[in-house]
Write a protein that binds this ligand. Sequence first.
Ligand code: SF4
Ligand code: MG
Length: 334
Amino acid sequence: TRRLLTVEDLNVSFETRDGENQAVRGVSLHIDQGETLGIVGESGSGKSVTAKSIMGLIAPPGRMKSGRIEFAGTDLAGLEEKDWRRIRGNRIAMVFQDPMTSLNPVKTIGDHLTEVIRRHRGLGKAEARQEAVRLLREVGITEPERRLRQYPHEFSGGMRQRVMIAMALSCQPELLIADEPTTALDVTIQAQILDLLKQLKDQSNLSVVLITHDLGVVAQVCSRVAVMYGGMVMEEGTVEEIFYRPKHPYTQGLLRSVPQRKSGYRERLVPIEGSPPDLIDPPAGCPFRERCPHAMAKCAQLPPRFEIGPGHRAMCWLNDESVKEELAARPEPQ
Ligand code: SF4
Ligand code: MG
């Protein structure tokens, strides 16, 4: 497998009236070709800002302060806007939560698609039309010829999201970034869109970054997961490791708050008490400290990323050898 994207020690902040909001703090990630990485976290955890950085979409008052973003051997952090345009929507495409805001209500679905296809691929009108038909079929839209003549309002939410995916795919990207692509959809439609993403990834060698607040969504599509909190990656690992052997109390808390869709009845959900840290003046030490049931004196220092196993890392002192020994030596509570 080929390494497609490497993000190293990314720091992004936003100037606000109250000071500098440190939205992303030291994030490191990587994506291989053909892989689907889930980035999970609550709103304000830095996941969307991380995605926007990869797309070169951080604009004032936002600023990428430091870090490296390397895509297929190109250093993106140093690119100028004109060079960005060759990559964004071309080699890296993005799908957002609300397709309606990206579709023009007075243009047909066909106009939307053929425009992107012609712009990116330099095809003639008839060929672009043919390609649009093929793409609609690929994203599971039946009767594509008729559908192309329709307007966005004639499509349901799920169908519009399929169109957005078709548009994203029209430029044959190597990386697709999907930011909460199913959040606005009901559960059945959500599952269909996730199936589609999975199918597309399996058919082509497409790499996908799926951003969501829902660990259940990750389980359906992703091979690897990064759990973000307070602008940092708290834990990273394969879906299996994150779901069955979570080593960070925040991941464990998130897992307890995921509805068990398969068990047939609704289990009691345990929300994580408290609220995320203020990133304008973030507390020193572990960002999860104020909400963590295991917080100890040592947590006033920022924990390093502990290597749990191959590709599995957790940023929590509970994984430190001396802490483990100390905890093991403690008498059982009576
Ligand atoms: Fe909890 Fe401390 Fe681990 Fe942070 S470092 S998650 S506060 S135990
Ligand atoms: Mg977001």
